[in-house]
Design a binder for this molecule. Structure first.
Ligand SMILES: FC(F)c1nnc(N2CCN(c3ncnc4sc(CC(F)(F)F)cc34)CC2)s1
Length: 494
């Protein structure tokens, strides 16, 4: 079998986190192709034993990482599961014997058959959003996978069948595959969201669907084999229950992400860098860069490789600033997140990012305004015009997101917290924000440079005004305020 080399065999039985890391190291550093099925089965088995196992008698834990805190994972167990996966895939497609030396590329029909093989072996009905349904261990022992897990299983299946051209493509809330000699073919292989008919087998829409955040304007993360390993590591879920994580699983995920980071496999994967930043904020690794630097690296990766069309790098960073009471910085991150979403049209497939912005606007910002207007605030953001400017840019981006969309975004639930927030800034603070509008369309939407003076970083245009958004064919940003006020009035009179 492709997966098992003698070196792998030698590392069994797996009794420690360190042994799992050794297997990943070997696959990433000393093989041409890490074996996705093997690594997913192993990490799924470890996660399952530490998060889903029945609470056995508390064993004395000397050092959970090095010593045998793990129930020993036998070579035979993994081998049986690996063979089962291979048999399912082999049975699904009659792959022509590799008699030619010519590289064989996958076809849409082949990809669909592999997707059907996974699809038709899933349990009839189960709670799709449950935790720990992302790995091939879950698939092979429980016939359950979440939507990411199905896409990953298809790519692992194609690898097992010898199709090295089939790769995982990832947006911020969906996954599909690319294939063919130049990786230009695309295919849906899993479902998305609730109650939507799956589009498996179809190519990724170029039309109106492509303008929704779900397909990130055709700027997905197209994975290499090693980045597919990073995706399965990112998908590790240390949750024990709603309030606790299994420490060893989080440690394993963090160490594997640093291994992938050091090998350069996270460079073009902003969300994986963000995941590592979250883990480092919880428990920092000595000698490693700080988590706030990781959040900045995720942003620069999205700007460099994905035309700044990804939202999550900014909300990772904004969440970090918020948790650490750095409210002005949080406003700036959220304004930058809003600058991304304004470029999209809102579609009903974009619920996940809608919920993200709704929580920022209606929970996080109101909480900040409450604690800041309690009079004991240290950061006195209510006196800073750039904070007012960031908030206007944040709201303006959401308004522009709605413009031109078939589905509305804003409703009365948005307007009250919004008006309440704006009214917390005194007029003399608001007066310092000059709204500069580029009248002629075609000008770059933003023509300003960020300027730092002292400790205040302000967002200035060339005439030294605080600018929040220069928008084509929008007469003035008073429209924004009027639009909001009219919403409040009309909804209240309704
Ligand atoms: F921005 C912060 F609030 C976020 N905190 N966690 C966030 N996640 C957690 C991790 N996450 C991810 N992390 C790595 N890779 C992927 S690929 C993907 C889409 C799908 F699941 F394949 F369909 C999601 C995702 C989704 C976004 S955003």
């Amino acid at each position: 079998m492709a997966g098992f080399r003698d070196i792998d065999r030698a590392l069994f039985p797996i009794k420690s986190i360190a042994a799992v890391i050794e297997i990943f190291k070997h696959h990433l550093e000393r093989t041409s192709e890490p074996d996705l099925a093997l690594l997913s089965i192993i990490v799924g088995a470890v996660e399952n034993s530490l998060t889903c196992g029945r609470p056995n008698a508390p064993q004395q834990i000397s050092d959970p990482i090095e010593s045998s805190r793990l129930p020993s994972l036998e070579y035979h167990t993994v081998e049986v599961l690996y063979n089962k996966f291979y048999a399912i895939m082999k049975g699904a497609v009659d792959v022509p014997a590799k008699n030619t030396t010519k590289t064989q590329y996958a076809t849409r029909e082949l990809v669909k058959k592999v997707s059907d093989a996974v699809w038709n072996t899933l349990s009839r009905s189960y709670y799709k959003d449950r935790a720990h349904l992302q790995s091939l261990f879950s698939y092979l022992t429980g016939n359950k996978l979440d939507c990411f897990g199905v896409a990953f299983a298809v790519v692992a299946g194609c690898q097992a069948l010898g199709f090295a051209d089939v790769h995982l493509a990832l947006s911020e809330d969906h996954a599909w595959v690319v294939f063919g000699e130049f990786s230009t073919e695309t295919a849906e292989v899993t479902w998305h969201g609730k109650g939507n008919e799956d589009k498996r087998g179809q190519e990724i829409g170029k039309g109106v669907a492509a303008r929704s955040w779900l397909y990130v304007n055709n700027k997905p993360v197209v994975c290499t084999r090693a980045m597919e390993v990073a995706a399965l590591v990112s998908a590790i879920n240390p949750s024990l229950n709603a309030t606790h994580d299994a420490y060893e699983v989080a440690y394993l995920q963090q160490e594997l992400l640093w291994l992938l980071y050091d090998l350069g496999h996270l460079t073009k994967y902003p969300m994986a860098i963000g995941n590592l930043g979250d883990l480092e904020e919880i428990s920092s690794t000595s000698g490693r860069i700080r988590c706030d630097i990781l959040f900045r690296e995720a942003i620069s990766s999205a700007r460099s490789y994905y035309d700044n069309m990804h939202v999550y790098p900014y909300t990772y960073q904004g969440g970090y600033f918020y948790r650490n009471k750095m409210y002005k910085e949080a406003f700036e991150s959220w304004a930058n997140a809003s600058d991304v979403i304004r470029k999209y049209n809102y579609s009903r497939d974009d619920e996940e990012i809608y919920k993200e912005f709704l929580e920022i606007a209606n929970e996080l910002i109101p909480h900040i305004m409450k604690v800041e207007s309690s009079g004991f605030s240290a950061s006195c953001i209510l006196k800073k015009p750039e904070c007012f400017a960031y908030l206007l840019r944040f709201y303006d981006g959401i308004c522009q997101w709605e413009e031109g969309s078939a589905t509305p975004v804003l409703h009365i639930g948005w307007a009250k917290p919004l008006v309440n927030t704006i009214s917390k800034f005194d007029s003399e603070v608001r007066a310092q924000v000059n709204i500069v509008c580029e009248s002629s369309p075609g000008d770059s939407k933003f023509d300003h440079k960020a300027q730092t003076n002292g400790n205040a970083t302000s967002c200035l245009n060339n005439n030294n005004n605080y600018c929040i958004s220069e928008k084509e064919n929008r007469s003035s940003d008073n429209e924004l305020i009027h639009a909001i006020e009219s919403k409040v009035i009309s909804e209240e009179s309704a």
